[in-house]
Design a protein around this ligand. Structure first.
Ligand code: ATP
Ligand code: MG
Length: 334
């Protein structure tokens, strides 16, 4: 289905060249749900954006169903892009347009008749279970509902490939599950191939058939999900496997039950060596309540996660979250 050969993407930044993707080789089969996992800055988004040429590769080849995407001219590329849907972490909906209009948009670009468009949008609304939100605006929807609209829009033109760049990262665990089961349904019923970028091992475990681990622009491991958990080949893969919560109940903390903000921190490296939580309490005017966690020592580093309640002013909490992000802790607000 997708064959990536020796793909490299360089960015010129001032006088420097930054290689975001380095000599990547990858084969993804038809009907597969293929995960790409890696730390921030590993090159995941750049790689996936090369697949539909939102980024122009510097060298190498991407072949989809026998068609060399890298060699296509403008008009042929436009046709091929119709075969590729994409969803994002922040949904990218048109805020001034209704749910109906958002989903109709790609169909209008294809100059379909209004009757065809109406039929197709209604069909999609029912498929993603949002018929009752047809005339709502994105601001009136929950995160999960917004992502359902984005998914309906992404599959409106019946693509054969769906790319998801952190499509569940902005959602709470329960909503994540419902979006994952929608994606699974799409794969099963519509036969799509899905490539999912994520930093959440839970997502990989729940839905992916195989996974590639990316680090510093390179793919350092490709494994079936089963074997990844049984015998991860690289240290980075081991870190990811260990960062998954053992007790799934921890994942279902209901933010409504708490007065503060629920924050999930994932540690995947040196950051856990520092007394980060006490630094946050010292430097910011917030109180922290530890709800649950699982930190494992792995050789010289710590890996794992912590669920915390942050109590304080919004501004102060946001400053603390920025601080944590700077310390390379992965931060999610639940
Ligand atoms: N347009 C750009 N210009 C210059 N550098 C870029 C550009 N886009 C990405 N990069 C750099 O390329 C590297 C890979 O970035 P990329 O966004 O692909 O990482 P990622 O794995 O998706 O990270 P995250 O998990 O944070 O989304 C980073 O060092 C980033 O700063
Ligand atoms: Mg990214």
């Amino acid at each position: 289905m997708i064959q990536i050969e020796n793909l490299t993407k360089n960015f010129i930044v001032g006088e420097d060249t930054l290689t975001a993707v380095k000599e990547v080789n990858l084969k993804i089969e038809k009907g597969e749900i293929f995960g790409i996992i890696g730390l921030s800055g590993a090159g995941k988004s750049t790689l996936i954006r090369c697949v539909n040429r939102l980024e122009e590769p510097s060298s190498g080849k991407i072949v989809i169903d026998g068609i060399d995407i890298t060699g296509l001219g403008k008009e042929d590329l436009r046709k091929q892009r119709k075969e590729i849907g994409m969803i994002f972490q922040h949904f990218n909906l048109l805020s001034q347009k209704t749910v109906y209009e958002n989903i109709a948009f790609p169909l209008q670009l294809e100059r379909q008749s209004s009757e065809q468009i109406e039929n197709r949008v209604n069909e999609l609304l029912s498929y993603v279970e949002l018929t009752d939100k047809k005339y709502a605006y994105p601001s009136q929807l929950s995160g999960g509902q917004k992502q359902r609209v984005a998914i309906a829009r992404a599959i409106a033109n019946k693509p054969k490939l769906l790319l998801s760049d952190e499509g569940t990262s902005a959602l709470d665990p329960k909503t994540t599950k419902s979006i994952l089961s929608l994606l699974n349904k799409i794969r099963k019923e519509l036969g799509l191939t899905i490539v999912m970028i994520t930093h959440q091992m839970e997502v990989v475990k729940e839905i992916c058939d195989r996974v590639a681990i990316m680090e510093n622009g390179r793919i350092i491991e490709v494994n079936t999900v089963e074997n990844l958990f049984k015998s991860p080949q690289t240290k980075t893969a081991k870190n990811f496997v260990n960062a998954i919560p053992e007790n799934i109940d921890d994942e279902f903390i209901n933010p409504d039950d708490f007065q503060g903000k629920i924050i999930r921190l994932s540690y995947l490296g040196n950051s856990a060596k520092k007394p980060i939580i006490s630094e946050v309490m010292k430097n910011f005017d917030i109180n922290i309540n530890i709800l649950s966690g699982n930190i494992n020592k792995l050789q010289a580093t710590n890996v794992g996660y912590l669920m915390l309640e942050f109590i304080g002013e919004d501004d102060e909490i946001n400053r603390a979250l920025s601080y944590l992000k700077n310390e390379n802790v992965h931060v999610e607000v639940i």
